[in-house]
Structures are given as C-alpha cells and as structure tokens.
Design a protein around this ligand. Structure first.
Ligand code: NAI
Ligand code: MG
Length: 358
C-alpha cells in the first residue's frame, strides 16, 4: 500500500512525539511492505514565529493532498499574550474546520499496569473499554448568534444543528459500534433541549440500517455519573460537541494518564487527522522524556480508520500493552516498579515488539 502522510509537529513536545510516530510508521511500512511518504508542515506557535500565521496556506494545501495527518500539539507560554488571530490553537481549529473533520473519536481503554494510577477503584475501572464519538464542527461551540446584548446586560449562545449534521455523526457512532461490542449509547438532554429531541429522532430513524447494534438513549447528566460508577456498561457513546468535550475529559480519568489517550478527527470518508489528547507539555519540552504512547496509539487509529490496516493497528496496540506489562514506562506514568525510560527508548521498545511479532 502506498500512502502520503502529512506531519504537523507543532510546539513543545509535539516534534518529539511526532518523530516517534514517524519512526513507528516506518517500521510498520518495512515489516508489511507498505510505502509511506512524509511531509512535515508548520502549524501553531512554530508557524506564527516562522510565517506570521498559525495556519499557513501551504500547510492547509498539503493537508488537503494527504491521505492522513499526524499532529503533535500546539501552544505554549511564549504565545499566551498574543492577540486572538495569532494564537496557536487557531491553527488547530482552523485545520479541523478547513478539512471538515466533524467526527472526533476518542477511545478510552484501561491498561492493567496503570489501573492503580486512576483515582477510581480498581474494580470499577478494570476492563473499561469505550469510545466517545463527539460531534466536532457544530453544536453549541459554533451556533450563531453567540454574542453580548443590551450593552452587555445579557448574552446568548446557540445550539444549532441541521438534521444532516446530526445524521452523519450518528451514523459514525453506529458504524463504530458495529466493529466493536455492537452497543451504542446516544447521549443528549432531550428532556429539555429541542436540539436533543431532534437528535433522538434521527437516531431512531437511522437505527434500522444497523440491526446488529443495540441502541439506547441516555441523558447527559446520568451519563456523566454512569461513566465513573459503571464505565464497563458503555461501548460507543455518540454525542453533541460540548457534551462530548466534557464527557471525554471525564472518561480520561479511567486510564490514569493523559499521556496515554489517542484521538482521531474524521470526515465522511476515511480521511482523518490523528493526535494525542494531551497538549504541548512546555514544562518537559526539549528534554526527550515525553511519553510517545498517546501519539503511537493515534498512529494505530490512523492505520485502522484511514488505511484499513487492522493487523498493523492491533500490532501497535499490543506493543503498547506489552511494554507496560513488562514495566517499561516514561516518567509521567505511575507504574509500580519497572524501569523509567525516555521517548527514544520507548519508541525503540515498541519497534522491537513490532519487528518480533509481524
Ligand atoms: P498538557 O497536556 O500539555 O500538560 C499537562 C501535564 O501533563 C504537564 O505536566 C505535562 O508535562 C504532562 N504531559 C502531557 N503530555 C505528556 C506526555 N506525552 N508525556 C509526559 N507528560 C505529559 O496541558 P497544559 O499544560 O494544560 O497545556 C500546555 C499547552 O498545550 C498550552 O499552551 C495548551 O493550550 C496546549 N494544549 C494543546 C492541545 C493540542 O494541541 N491539542 C491540547 C491541550 C493543551
Ligand atoms: Mg477539552
């Protein structure tokens, strides 16, 4: 298979974890006889410094030509005082919008050797394995009007969706459930919000296209509670932009570490942007000690969702589990015993496993 991948290293530890991703992709390509080509482009604070804008046209153009994108992270204290059009996160929001990446997939899976790092009881988080499918380009974060009124005495935000926008994300949810445990939970606030009532209608309309999937509806407040009291009762959750933002941060405590969470942002076809959930970690940038595993798990998502290379994806996921089982961990992970290693060493261990098991 021949594919072209654009790398957007960004800021802080972004370039370190992106370099790790490229090394692992190269090992996969070699072992499985694929040809992956790479092109690195500027985004975020780095792009502001070099080109005077967080998202150069040249970056957008390269992304549009790519088969998939790997992003590190953007931002840092250096740009915190910049005016809003010169903020690094403008680059990230801009590229998501330019590429119409409306579906944000966040798998949350506990690793045995990290369970004790979660503040939740082991017996509650053990075996949790769920996927949050969050709508990313509509809903409360984008609805108009959103403004101050009456000389600042009142304010309005709008939760707006077209039926077609709901349908495409709901279908992503069903499709994801079909290849997992075939259980979809649609999360809304249908007892209060008109937008949620339409959301429920759409789910009910399309569900007959997925007869193998069991679907239920849950109010977002109940879902928030259930996520930490009974996480194993979920398989796939599909929900509105802001609900998904909140629930996915909540779900991240199940895994015990920010450095372990991958994400995929997809559109209608198989194209996607893959990035770790964590930020640019300016406090440890440049030291070579960043945990690359969230990014490598994002690479697994890339191989699965954009290239349909399920075996290659699974191999990376097994490699990560195996490294942790053997006690290897980066400084941010609180694994009992074992050995603390740096970014390059962790990448090497993952590659060794790939070569030994492919
Ligand atoms: P952060 O995720 O960058 O860091 C939080 C803490 O976790 C820090 O102590 C950091 O050292 C640690 N950490 C995060 N990822 C790690 C990894 N892979 N390995 C080891 N330790 C890791 O969040 P923070 O500090 O709130 O934000 C820092 C900058 O990142 C800000 O400028 C923020 O705007 C930006 N940010 C960017 C995101 C993105 O590009 N998608 C997402 C979140 C934040
Ligand atoms: Mg968030």
């Amino acid at each position: 298979m021949k594919k072209h991948i654009v790398l957007l290293p960004g800021d802080g530890i972004g370039p370190e974890v992106t370099a790790s991703a490229q090394r692992v992709l190269e090992a996969i390509a070699e072992e499985f006889d694929h040809t992956f080509t790479y092109e690195s482009k500027a985004i975020g604070g780095y792009a502001i410094d070099e080109y005077g804008t967080p998202l150069p046209d040249d970056t957008t153009a390269a992304c549009k030509q790519a088969d998939a994108i790997v992003l590190g992270a953007v931002g840092g204290p250096k740009w915190d005082q910049n005016p809003s059009h010169l903020r690094p996160e403008r680059g990230l929001l801009g590229i998501r919008k330019e590429l119409n990446l409306f579906a944000n997939l966040r798998p949350v899976q506990g690793f045995d050797n990290l369970l004790h790092a979660s503040p939740l009881k082991r017996e509650v988080v053990q075996d949790s394995d769920l996927l949050i499918v969050r709508e990313l380009t509509g809903g409360l974060y984008f609805g108009q009007p959103s403004e101050r009124r009456n000389d600042g005495a009142s304010v309005v935000d709008t939760l707006a969706y077209d039926r077609s926008e709901i349908e495409r994300i709901v279908r992503k949810g069903f499709e994801a459930a079909q290849v997992r445990k075939k259980h979809l939970t649609s999360v809304d606030k249908a007892n209060v919000l008109e937008s949620s009532k339409m959301w429920r209608e759409v789910v009910e309309e399309v569900k007959s296209d997925y007869p193998d999937v069991t679907v239920d509806h849950m109010l977002v407040d109940a879902a928030a509670m259930r996520l930490i009291t009974n996480p194993t009762s979920f398989d796939v959750i599909v929900t509105e932009n802001m609900f998904g933002d909140i629930l996915s941060d909540e779900a991240s405590v199940l895994t015990g570490s920010l450095g372990m969470l991958p994400s995929a942002s997809m559109r209608e076809d198989d194209f996607g942007l893959y990035e770790p959930v964590h930020g640019s970690a300016p406090d440890i940038a440049g030291q070579g000690i960043a945990n690359p595993l969230a990014t490598l798990l994002s690479v697994a998502l890339l191989l699965r969702h954009s290239f349909h290379l399920e075996n290659e994806a699974k191999l990376i996921e097994s490699a990560v589990a195996d490294a942790l089982d053997q006690g290897y961990h980066t400084r941010d992970l609180h694994v009992k015993g074992g050995q603390v290693i740096n970014t390059e060493q962790m990448t090497g261990i993952i590659i060794d496993f790939i070569r030994a098991n492919s």
